[in-house]
Write a protein that binds this ligand. Structure first.
Ligand SMILES: [Zn+2]
Length: 387
């Protein structure tokens, strides 16, 4: 399975990473049976995780959990102590990058609750929102849109074909094995000259993406351009800075664009190959680093985990003695007074006085900065572990 590249079709050689045990971790912080295997494509620089055999069951059951919460609640960043929510940031970026006009048909393809298009509709009453998802369970959310959206479930409305000005896709293509089919579905709906706008994770900025079992595609700017130009898109813009740890991608459907296979420059390929290899080494050794820190925690010490998201859960699942953890600490106000793995989640300001050790479960690229920004921890004698 997955013996060839989802982007360029070339066969893979040996994997660059294999998880050390028979367990893989998902974006929903669940451990699932099966080894995580990653391959790097030496033709287009795509990084690919082999699909776990039981992933279908995982989608059917685990993704239901998300229905309980509003996607609007996910925190994108904390700026001057104030949370900025993901959907707000995505809507703001989209309105800067894409020209919208009265009657502009904006389709969210595979939209789930469509929080970003809802925010966009609040800012731009003049657009015409179209919603599509394979299931009808999100209809109650769509009914709360301000400007009367049109929607379709199971299959896109055939009347939409060739009429869509802007097709949106947020965090979907990383899950899709048949990228060719996914792009063909989008192309069928777009007007000639229409815009495909999407966001996918940037593993090179957020290394957690490397080991999550349900993300099978880890794109690079090179593999994104390769994929889009071969599908008939032009004016391809891959922005690695507009959104933390993600690529914001915009491309124009151009029927005259060549469907030619482009060779990737060796230098760029080597750069991503070496970055992918470094991540493989990192994840191979991180468990022993956590163990070493855990061994330094004395019988009278009190440890806590900072971060109740993916990284914090990864630390928790790696500990030999999780029970000694007193609490999780997280900035997200929606997590306050909830429990994760049976431990309560507190705000940084409420860190109990007896806590001596903090295992920081945050993106290693930004963790030190985030911890340094917590003003009222400055006078405390805390021992930190950074991933
Ligand atoms: Zn490839």
């Amino acid at each position: 399975m997955n013996s060839k590249c989802n982007v360029c079709g070339e066969p893979f050689r040996a994997p660059i990473y294999q998880s050390p045990d028979e367990l893989s971790i998902t974006t929903m912080n669940k451990l699932v049976p099966g080894k995580t295997l990653l391959y790097f494509c030496e033709t287009c620089s795509h990084l690919q995780t082999s699909e776990l055999p039981n992933l279908k069951e995982y989608y059917a059951f685990e993704y239901e959990i998300n229905l309980a919460s509003e996607d609007d609640d996910q925190i994108y960043d904390v700026i001057n102590g104030e949370p900025v929510f993901r959907a707000d940031h995505q809507a703001a970026t989209l309105s800067e990058k894409v020209e919208l006009f009265p009657g502009c048909k904006v389709l969210d393809y595979g939209c789930a609750k469509a929080p970003t298009l809802k925010k966009l509709s609040q800012r731009h009453a003049e657009i015409k929102p179209l919603l599509f998802d394979v299931t009808d369970k999100y209809v109650p959310f769509w009914e709360r849109f301000p400007n009367k959206p049109e929607w379709a479930t199971h299959e896109p409305n055939p009347e939409w074909a060739g009429t869509v000005d802007v097709a949106l896709s947020f965090y979907a293509l990383e899950h899709v094995a048949d990228l060719k089919e996914a792009l063909e579905n989008i192309i069928e709906l777009l007007k000639p000259g229409g815009t495909f706008y999407f966001i996918v994770p940037n593993v090179y900025e957020n290394t957690a993406d490397f080991i999550v079992a349900d993300h099978i595609n880890h794109f690079s700017p090179v593999s994104l351009r390769f994929m889009l130009s071969n599908a008939g898109f032009s004016e391809i813009d891959v922005d690695a800075t507009a959104h933390h740890s993600a690529f914001v991608v915009k491309a124009r459907l151009d029927s005259s664009a060549g469907h030619e296979k482009q060779a990737t420059p060796r230098g760029e390929l080597a750069e991503y190959q070496s970055a992918a290899q470094s991540m493989a080494n990192y994840w191979t050794h991180v468990r022993s680093r956590i163990k070493e820190f855990e061994n330094s925690i004395g019988a009278d010490d009190v440890p806590a985990i900072y971060g109740a998201g993916f990284y914090g859960n990864f630390v928790a699942s790696t500990l030999q003695d999780f029970e000694q953890i007193q609490c999780f600490v997280d900035q997200n106000p929606h997590l306050e007074d909830t429990e994760v793995r049976g431990k309560r989640v507190v705000k940084p300001i409420d860190l109990p006085q007896d806590v001596t050790h903090v295992l920081v479960g945050l993106n290693p690229k930004t963790a030190q900065k985030s911890i340094a920004a917590i003003g009222n921890w400055h006078g405390r004698q805390l021992s930190y572990f950074y991933l």
